[in-house]
Write a protein of this length. Structure first.
Length: 462
């Protein structure tokens, strides 16, 4: 197999520029479809269209499924509906739905009309009714199904006939005469029990299954918890509708992780490195604006109230970045733990109170350690030449840091729980929202504590 490299991409670019179709096909013929998809992602739209039109529909279908969503959308805009339909015919129904749903409504209908296989077209139409973030949106109708009353010999015949159109076989699904799911068995069973009288005698009864409206995140939890490679999808009365396979779940988890990472970094929307400048600006500017508002709020806190405070205790200014930075870090840590727990199922809303109590204990211990270390530093390196002012500043920053850590820990834990309760993405809580809020509250605490200490322990007039 050829090695995929920048030099290879440049070579293919040159061949496409010369419109040398035969040389282009020769260059990519030994590449895996996933590698060709990487190549297509590195080409501009016109070059990608040129390459895709040279490939046979089966290879084109495999590549289309692997492409980045933005590049796939650009290609679909350039290809005719007839060409798209030819590729759709080579895809599993669930992959076909993912591709078709990126088209306009009118184009969707036209592409489906150009599909020659009416059974596949019907499966696609049925799957398109389900929300893309549910089990129904991820399930495929391509699977091997046998009746529980079949003998093993009849089962093998049925399996051979159905397996011709399948790329992978994970489990065999057993149904009754009403198409209700009764059990499953792996391919190994056909070898270890070749003379079984009936399938129902060797199948594993009552397999784990989900309804089509089950959130895909819950499905992923089950795959992880029970080490599944596939899972059946059934309707409200137990009739077999389709199957979800582990490769689809992996794709979902990867996309979710990318989305959560971007949200935690203060990027709204799905952004890729090759997106336009304007697209990236639109994704980043909302949180930057929130950061700007937070910075202005901090400036107002510093300038308002006892406005001469920093003049009286100039050493306070040295610790402003520490207060804000520590609060942001603590809040991000706490929210990240909660978001992770909500994502993997180790934390539920029913146990939120217990987690908050535990987080309070962790926050108290962290606050005690960090604030004690800070007080020790301030004692060894006084922030002011005046002993009284140095002592007040040391006490103010120590008490403030202790309070900020407690607040940031609880706030960082509470926000994702509230967002989950409101059916919003908790990953937002690990981003600038928590950081900016903790900055503002931390600064308010710092100024309030400092003012109180000055009025309490000195005769200085602010």
């Amino acid at each position: 197999m050829k090695e995929y490299s920048e030099e290879f991409v440049q070579h293919v670019n040159e061949l496409i520029d010369r419109k040398d179709a035969a040389a282009v096909l020769e260059a990519v013929k030994d590449l895996h479809p996933a590698d060709i998809a990487d190549l297509v992602n590195d080409l501009d739209t016109d070059e990608a269209v040129f390459l895709m039109r040279l490939l046979d529909p089966e290879t084109g279908a495999d590549i289309m499924v692997e492409l980045d969503r933005d590049q796939r959308k650009d290609l679909l805009d350039e290809l005719s509906n007839e060409d798209i339909a030819k590729q759709i015919e080579q895809m599993d129904a669930d992959d076909a739905v993912d591709v078709i749903q990126e088209l306009d409504k009118e184009d969707q209908e036209e592409v489906i009309q150009h599909i020659d296989d009416m059974e596949q077209a019907g499966d696609i139409v049925d799957l398109m009714q389900y929300d893309e973030d549910t089990a129904g949106g991820y399930m495929s109708t391509e699977m091997i199904v046998v009746n529980e009353n079949m003998s093993m010999a009849d089962c093998l015949k049925a399996m051979r006939a159905q397996a011709e159109d399948l790329d992978e076989i994970y489990n065999i699904y057993v149904v009754d005469d009403e198409n209700r799911l009764r059990g499953t068995f792996p391919l190994k069973t056909t070898i270890t029990n070749p003379t079984a009288a009936h399938i129902k005698d060797v199948m594993e009864p009552d397999p784990l299954a989900v309804k089509p409206d089950t959130p895909i995140e819950d499905v992923a939890h089950d795959f992880d918890k029970y080490d599944l490679v596939s899972m059946a999808v059934v309707d409200s009365i137990g009739r077999l509708l389709g199957v979800i396979t582990v490769d689809d779940v992996i794709d979902m988890v990867r996309e979710q992780n990318e989305r959560d990472y971007q949200l935690a970094s203060g990027i709204s929307g799905d952004v890729e490195t090759d997106d336009s400048v304007w697209a990236q600006v639109r994704a980043r500017i909302p949180w930057l604006f929130i950061g700007l508002v937070g910075g202005i709020a901090n400036a107002m806190i510093l300038d308002g109230g006892d406005s001469a405070l920093l003049q009286v205790l100039p050493g306070m200014a040295l610790f402003i970045p520490l207060i804000g930075g520590t609060g942001g870090n603590v809040g991000t840590q706490s929210s990240a733990i909660v978001v992770q727990g909500l994502a993997n199922g180790s934390l539920t809303l029913a146990h939120a109170g217990k987690h908050l109590l535990k987080e309070f204990g962790v926050a108290m211990l962290n606050a005690l350690i960090i604030s004690s270390l800070l007080y020790g530093y301030a004692w060894l390196c006084p922030p002011d030449d005046n002993a009284t002012k140095a002592q007040i500043t040391s006490m103010a920053v120590t008490i403030s840091l202790f309070s900020v850590i407690i607040f940031a820990s609880l706030f960082g834990s509470l926000v994702p729980i509230v967002l989950e309760k409101l059916k919003l993405d908790p990953a937002v809580a690990t981003g600038p929202f928590v950081t900016v809020t903790n900055d503002i509250v931390g600064m308010a605490i710092y100024m309030t504590v400092s003012t109180w200490l000055i009025h309490t322990f000195t005769t200085l007039v602010i």
